[in-house]
Ligand binder design. Structure first.
Ligand code: SF4
Ligand code: FE2
Length: 630
């Protein structure tokens, strides 16, 4: 990869140049040293599940080892590896969800964690058939928490939230026997079935992968989103800014990075504490500048408008500005390289979770029982580090863009009914959206999600795909690092309407929204599931028949494999811009990109060129419209 083309983002290019000049290693340098990826790993045909091996299958048919020592074929090995990726991703999202429910369990009107959205809690309680009338809201909260915690390990039945799916979808899941049961159980079943000498059938392994992934999307992630809203508030539209230009030369800069809002919400409160603001002034700063990175950024920008410093591939670059007093992290997507990188500057790299300790980092464990005090101590560490900033090393690129964020399903519905109720029947808030789609003013909708990956020019996949889609009247909803790419590129500003096709532009002007809607963090893809389910139920057609598509143009993590699998299993065709490690098995490729359509009505598409992928998506949308007769 040429050094000039590592990113579409100018701040990345500028800071990468700074890293080169100062001989500081970044992810792109390590990628270069790695040279070509391992050919066996890349194809998924390496197995190390037992000590008779490790075994690797020859990629050339009929030549060399065609089976593992136990007799496992390439199909079985590839499918087992894929299933384990799904299990890893589902575990990460769902354990995040579980932690949030634990926080709800300990919520108290006099404590640090309170119920912020009582209406949403009551709605969930009703859904779970929990009595709410004449009860203290915190009693309800505890009963809801107990019931949701049981979703992880209950011995019988299926997950509660799959009841939110349309009947047609539930029927498909039932017939395929992929209705998710308890969340932990699905993950454990995959680990068991992929153990040496268990399942030896690729299709069965992909089936199990679908069930486990559904326990993530319609289970752990959905629980994570809903209970975060209950505790911290359901997002409403608000203004923010995005990119490393949000760092401030004259302030204590704190980068919040990771995933769970339990920590970040308390840090937001701590950073507003008058005593700490005074402390920041006493060390010579004008105040505290809290900014977000990766999904933590999404959580706090959706609920507080906290500015977005950047997405996954910018975590090292934030430190490289030399202007960051502390990077505070919890779990997931945190590069261990931040330890050595921080040592080149004054930055304190602070880990807070026992689930993600990193050797060499400053570990200040976040204690939920004593949350605000714990958060204040962490912020204090950052403030006291301001005096160590080496001015000659500071370089903050000025690029940043304006963005409107905060589009939860509730806020989308509110906005639609509020603005359009003068000329539509607003008995169902989903009607205006469905009408726009059926009339053809909007051709369809696309969910663009996922990570950055140094195999891909940063943000290029996201931005080119999104631009092409909105220009063709497809409304885009987005989460995760994709959302941040869009925000940085200005696509979440209302100004970006000028890039939209005529129909989409009209809708955006009428409803007063940007053409790309920020729906939150990666677990918040569950918001997209709820939204498409509502549209499907309203129109009385299965999700797989709707002109709706999904894509992860720059995915890299196991979480993304789980997401892709539950999105497809929900009936939404999904485009991947990075080839997953499955090409060593013709059968697995055939299942994922072909046979899954017969099973769940949707499949994976692999296309590395985002523009070509967008063209395929548009074509698919038109095919679906034609079949629906709209
Ligand atoms: Fe080899 Fe089979 Fe053991 Fe895998 S499980 S390492 S293929 S012998
Ligand atoms: Fe994420």
């Amino acid at each position: 990869m040429s050094e000039k083309t590592i990113s579409l983002d100018l701040t990345t290019e500028k800071l990468y140049k700074k890293a080169k000049e100062e001989k500081i290693e970044t992810v792109w340098d390590r990628k270069k040293i790695m040279k070509a990826p391992c050919g066996f790993g890349e194809k998924g045909i390496c197995c190390r599940l037992c000590s008779m091996g490790p075994c690797r299958i020859s990629p050339v048919k009929g030549k060399g080892a065609q089976k593992g020592i136990c007799g496992a074929t390439a199909d079985v090995i590839v499918a087992r590896n894929f299933a384990r990726m799904v299990a890893g991703g589902a575990a990460a999202h769902s354990d995040h969800g579980r932690d949030i429910v634990h926080t709800l369990y300990m919520a108290d009107k006099d404590g640090n964690y309170k119920v912020k959205d009582e209406e949403k809690l009551r709605k969930i309680a009703n859904e779970l058939e929990i009595q709410t009338e004449n009860r203290d809201i915190y009693d309800v909260a505890r009963e809801v928490a107990e019931m949701l915690l049981n979703e992880f390990g209950k011995p019988f039945g299926t997950l509660e939230f799959i009841e939110r799916a349309p009947e047609s979808r539930k029927k498909i899941w039932k017939e395929l026997n992929i209705e998710p049961r308890a969340i932990d159980r699905e993950i454990a079943t995959i680990m068991h079935s992929t153990h040496m000498g268990c399942t030896g059938d690729a299709e069965s392994l992909i089936n199990m992968s679908m069930r486990t992934a559904l326990s993530d999307g319609w289970g752990g992630s959905m629980i994570g989103t809903d209970i975060s809203d209950v505790l911290f508030g359901t997002p409403v539209p608000r203004e923010t800014e995005a990119n490393l230009g949000v760092l401030k030369d004259n302030m204590v800069n704190i980068v919040l990075h990771g995933h769970e809002p339990t920590l970040s919400e308390m840090i937001v409160l701590a950073a507003e504490d008058p005593e700490l603001v005074e402390l920041a002034k006493s060390v010579g700063a004008e105040g505290i500048n809290l900014v977000g990175m990766c999904c933590t950024a999404n959580e706090v920008t959706m609920r507080h408008g906290v500015k977005i410093a950047g997405n996954f591939l910018q975590q090292e670059l934030a430190v490289l500005t030399g202007a960051v007093e502390a990077v505070i992290v919890d779990v997931q997507c945190i590069m261990p390289s931040l330890v050595t990188l921080s040592e080149c500057f004054h930055t304190k790299f602070i880990t807070t979770s026992p689930k993600a300790r990193i050797k060499g980092a400053t570990h200040l464990e976040f204690e939920e029982e004593n949350a605000l005090e714990s958060a204040k101590n962490i912020v204090r560490e950052a403030i006291e580090n301001y005096k160590n900033r080496q001015r000659e090393k500071v370089f903050i690129p000025q690029e940043k863009n304006h963005a409107t964020v905060g589009y939860s399903v509730e806020s989308i519905k509110n906005q639609l009914t509020r603005v359009m109720n003068s000329n539509v029947d607003n008995s169902n808030p989903i009607k205006p959206l469905a009408d726009c789609i059926t009339s053809g003013v909007l051709r369809g909708a696309a969910g663009i999600v996922g990570c950055n990956n140094p195999k891909v020019k940063q943000d290029y996949g996201h931005i080119e795909m999104i631009k092409k889609l909105i220009a063709n009247d497809v409304i885009v909803v987005t989460t995760g690092c994709s959302a941040q790419a869009a925000a940085k590129a200005g696509l979440m500003s209302k100004d970006a309407r000028k890039l939209a096709g005529e129909g989409l532009r009209r809708v955006c002007e009428l409803v007063d929204i940007p053409p790309v809607l920020h729906m939150g963090s990666c677990v918040d893809i569950s918001r997209i599931l709820n939204l498409v389910s509502d549209v499907s139920k309203y129109l009385n057609v299965d999700i797989s028949k709707l002109p709706v598509v999904g894509a992860a143009p720059e995915w890299m993590s196991e979480k993304a494999v789980s997401i892709g699998t539950y999105v497809v299993s929900t009936g939404i065709d999904t485009w991947l811009g990075v080839v997953p490690p499955v090409t060593g098995s013709e059968e697995v490729v055939d299942i994922l990109t072909n046979r899954m359509e017969d099973m769940v009505g949707a499949k994976f598409y692999i296309e590395q060129d985002p523009i070509k992928a967008a063209e395929q998506m548009l074509q698919r949308i038109e095919e679906k419209r034609e079949k629906l007769g709209i």
